[in-house]
Write a protein that binds this ligand. Structure first.
Ligand code: SIN
Length: 312
């Protein structure tokens, strides 16, 4: 076993944004406002992530999908939340002020029904000094219009070509796993000028109510996440990393440092913790604390050494 790398050996970057370590949160899986209400400042002061990704912002306020919205599965969870939120004005005028006080870089996730609305969202969000990067959610399985763009390489490329001239800030495309060849969509994103892709979003899924024999989720179906999807995510990260040059933010069922490192070895530059945050809001911290030993066990002296590995 190699010597235990120091905390500084986890330092990295994504799209030129310097990071103390490689641990982000998956969009929508860690609500800073709610965390402050429930836990006070503890979780904010000892923030579990090296970079914060906001929940997805839409043009107008959204109530989200009808209940029920969650279903627990073996090793996972199906959600059908439907992107509830305050809309662009509510986010910029209220939520962003709190997020701006975080001591880590901020990526804001946005989703729209059409290119014109994406343009408004990106222009407005990118103009905010507190925002370091923008994630384009073209892959939410719970809002039909969101999925169409991210299913088609040409649509994804066209979207990026429309948005790229609007800002020099990093544009990150959140890919769906619900296509036969995600690497083709990733190539479309790269050709359009994306700076990175993040993957995977949730896997289309449904559950049947044992009492009524009807679909459990109010919207009929949702998206599966958690350890159940990890092997799918790893396979897709490998395939996409072989097809593109821009970096990957890898996620899908990461629960600890070992599973985080698997994503790095599959080709991700950095990783995001998602569903595990609902079980343990300090899961990001646990991943960071476990990474030096996980790296050393595999003979790496730093995160950069693991990032440099290209699996055949
Ligand atoms: C949701 O709010 O429905 C989940 C977000 C997503 O899957 O992109």
């Amino acid at each position: 076993m190699a010597d235990l790398p120091a905390r500084e050996a986890l330092a990295t970057e994504i799209c030129g944004i310097p990071l103390d370590g490689p641990v982000l949160n998956g969009s929508g899986t860690f609500d800073v406002l709610a965390a402050r209400q429930v836990f006070g400042d503890v979780l904010i002061d000892e923030f579990p992530f090296d970079c914060y990704v906001s929940k997805t912002i839409t043009m107008n306020p959204r109530p989200g999908n009808p209940p029920y919205r969650l279903w627990e599965t073996p090793s996972g969870m199906i959600n059908s939340i439907g992107l509830p939120g305050p809309g662009l004005d509510g986010f910029v005028n209220r939520d962003l002020r709190l997020l701006a006080s975080l001591e880590v870089p901020l990526i804001v996730s946005v989703m729209a029904d059409c290119i014109e609305d994406f343009v408004v969202l990106v222009e407005r969000v990118a103009a905010e000094d507190a925002v370091d990067g923008i994630e384009l959610n073209v892959s939410c399985p719970n809002v039909h219009s969101g999925l169409i763009v991210g299913e088609q390489p040409a649509e994804t490329e066209a979207l990026l070509k429309a948005l790229r001239p609007l800002t020099a800030k990093p544009l990150i495309v959140k890919l769906t796993p619900n296509v036969a060849n995600p690497h083709e969509v990733a190539m479309g994103a790269e050709a359009g000028g994306a700076d990175a892709v993040s993957m995977i979003n949730t896997v289309k899924a449904a559950a049947i109510d044992p009492q009524t024999s009807r679909p459990w989720l109010g919207a009929g179906a949702g998206g599966l996440s958690g350890p159940a999807v990890r092997p799918i995510a790893l396979a897709q990260v490998r395939a996409v990393s072989a097809a593109i040059e821009i970096p990957i933010i890898g996620m899908g069922g990461i629960t600890d440092a070992e599973s985080a490192l698997e994503f790095i070895l599959a080709g991700a530059r950095v990783i995001a913790v998602g569903t595990e945050n609902f079980r343990d809001p300090k899961a990001g911290t646990a991943v960071t604390e476990g990474l030096p030993a996980a790296l050393a066990r595999r003979g790496f002296g730093s995160l950069a050494e693991a990032q440099a590995v290209t699996l055949a």
